[in-house]
Design a protein around this ligand. Structure first.
Ligand SMILES: [Zn+2]
Length: 129
Protein backbone atom coordinates (compact mmCIF):
# COMPACT_ATOMS: atom_id res chain seq x y z
CA UNK A 1 0.00 0.00 0.00
CA UNK A 2 2.81 2.44 0.90
CA UNK A 3 5.04 1.23 -1.93
CA UNK A 4 4.22 4.06 -4.31
CA UNK A 5 4.63 6.82 -1.68
CA UNK A 6 7.63 8.99 -0.90
CA UNK A 7 7.42 7.81 2.72
CA UNK A 8 8.23 4.29 1.52
CA UNK A 9 11.26 5.55 -0.40
CA UNK A 10 12.58 7.49 2.61
CA UNK A 11 12.08 4.84 5.28
CA UNK A 12 12.88 1.77 3.17
CA UNK A 13 16.09 3.24 1.66
CA UNK A 14 14.75 2.92 -1.88
CA UNK A 15 15.39 4.80 -5.11
CA UNK A 16 12.85 7.67 -5.42
CA UNK A 17 12.21 6.84 -9.09
CA UNK A 18 11.57 3.07 -9.09
CA UNK A 19 11.29 2.24 -5.34
CA UNK A 20 13.30 -0.94 -5.95
CA UNK A 21 17.02 -0.15 -5.95
CA UNK A 22 18.82 0.89 -2.76
CA UNK A 23 19.81 4.53 -2.23
CA UNK A 24 22.41 3.95 0.48
CA UNK A 25 24.82 1.02 0.19
CA UNK A 26 23.75 -0.36 3.58
CA UNK A 27 20.20 -0.75 4.88
CA UNK A 28 21.46 -0.50 8.47
CA UNK A 29 21.69 3.11 9.71
CA UNK A 30 23.80 2.33 12.80
CA UNK A 31 26.84 0.88 11.07
CA UNK A 32 28.99 3.97 11.60
CA UNK A 33 31.48 2.96 8.91
CA UNK A 34 28.89 2.75 6.11
CA UNK A 35 25.68 4.58 7.11
CA UNK A 36 26.56 7.62 4.95
CA UNK A 37 27.71 5.81 1.80
CA UNK A 38 25.40 6.31 -1.16
CA UNK A 39 25.26 4.45 -4.43
CA UNK A 40 26.18 6.62 -7.43
CA UNK A 41 23.09 5.47 -9.32
CA UNK A 42 20.17 3.11 -8.94
CA UNK A 43 21.10 -0.47 -9.81
CA UNK A 44 17.58 -1.14 -11.11
CA UNK A 45 16.53 1.94 -13.14
CA UNK A 46 19.78 3.89 -13.45
CA UNK A 47 18.53 7.05 -11.68
CA UNK A 48 21.50 9.31 -10.92
CA UNK A 49 21.74 9.83 -7.14
CA UNK A 50 24.60 12.32 -7.38
CA UNK A 51 22.80 14.97 -9.39
CA UNK A 52 25.43 17.71 -9.28
CA UNK A 53 28.15 18.93 -6.91
CA UNK A 54 26.53 20.41 -3.82
CA UNK A 55 23.09 18.96 -4.54
CA UNK A 56 22.69 17.64 -1.01
CA UNK A 57 23.40 21.01 0.66
CA UNK A 58 19.64 21.41 0.52
CA UNK A 59 19.28 18.32 2.70
CA UNK A 60 20.67 20.42 5.57
CA UNK A 61 17.39 22.34 5.64
CA UNK A 62 15.52 19.07 5.77
CA UNK A 63 17.77 17.90 8.61
CA UNK A 64 17.21 21.18 10.44
CA UNK A 65 13.45 20.72 10.19
CA UNK A 66 13.68 17.16 11.51
CA UNK A 67 15.85 18.30 14.41
CA UNK A 68 13.41 21.08 15.33
CA UNK A 69 10.59 18.52 15.19
CA UNK A 70 12.42 16.21 17.60
CA UNK A 71 13.22 19.18 19.88
CA UNK A 72 9.57 20.23 20.03
CA UNK A 73 8.33 16.67 20.67
CA UNK A 74 10.94 16.23 23.41
CA UNK A 75 9.95 19.53 25.07
CA UNK A 76 6.28 18.50 24.98
CA UNK A 77 7.09 15.09 26.49
CA UNK A 78 9.13 16.64 29.30
CA UNK A 79 6.27 19.06 30.00
CA UNK A 80 3.71 16.24 30.04
CA UNK A 81 5.68 14.47 32.76
CA UNK A 82 6.35 17.74 34.66
CA UNK A 83 10.10 17.33 34.21
CA UNK A 84 10.73 20.42 32.10
CA UNK A 85 13.65 22.58 33.19
CA UNK A 86 16.17 24.19 30.86
CA UNK A 87 19.14 22.20 32.19
CA UNK A 88 17.19 18.92 32.06
CA UNK A 89 16.14 19.71 28.50
CA UNK A 90 19.68 20.49 27.30
CA UNK A 91 21.30 17.55 29.12
CA UNK A 92 18.77 15.04 27.78
CA UNK A 93 18.34 16.47 24.29
CA UNK A 94 22.03 16.30 23.32
CA UNK A 95 22.33 12.49 23.63
CA UNK A 96 19.00 12.02 21.83
CA UNK A 97 20.04 14.09 18.84
CA UNK A 98 23.45 12.41 18.70
CA UNK A 99 21.82 8.98 18.82
CA UNK A 100 19.38 9.91 16.06
CA UNK A 101 22.04 11.44 13.79
CA UNK A 102 22.42 8.50 11.36
CA UNK A 103 18.64 8.25 10.91
CA UNK A 104 18.26 12.03 10.48
CA UNK A 105 21.14 12.17 7.98
CA UNK A 106 19.68 9.42 5.83
CA UNK A 107 16.10 10.69 6.09
CA UNK A 108 17.17 14.21 5.13
CA UNK A 109 19.03 13.07 2.01
CA UNK A 110 16.30 10.68 0.91
CA UNK A 111 13.63 13.27 1.68
CA UNK A 112 15.50 15.90 -0.29
CA UNK A 113 15.98 13.81 -3.42
CA UNK A 114 12.30 12.81 -3.18
CA UNK A 115 11.37 16.48 -3.59
CA UNK A 116 12.92 16.46 -7.06
CA UNK A 117 12.51 12.86 -8.26
CA UNK A 118 9.05 11.33 -8.48
CA UNK A 119 7.95 7.71 -8.48
CA UNK A 120 7.21 6.22 -11.88
CA UNK A 121 5.88 2.68 -11.83
CA UNK A 122 6.59 2.33 -15.54
CA UNK A 123 10.31 2.96 -15.18
CA UNK A 124 12.76 1.34 -17.58
CA UNK A 125 14.96 -1.33 -16.11
CA UNK A 126 18.67 -1.23 -16.88
CA UNK A 127 18.68 -4.97 -17.45
CA UNK A 128 15.47 -6.51 -18.73
CA UNK A 129 14.23 -9.61 -16.92
ZN1 LIG B 1 15.64 3.20 -9.33
Amino acid sequence: MLKSTKVYSVFANKCPHCHEGSFFTSNYAYNLATFHKMNDMCSVCGEDFKKEPGFYYGAMYMSYGLTVGVAVVWAILLNLFNMYAAFVYVITFAPIIIALFPIMYRSARLGYINVFVHYNKEFKRLVSE
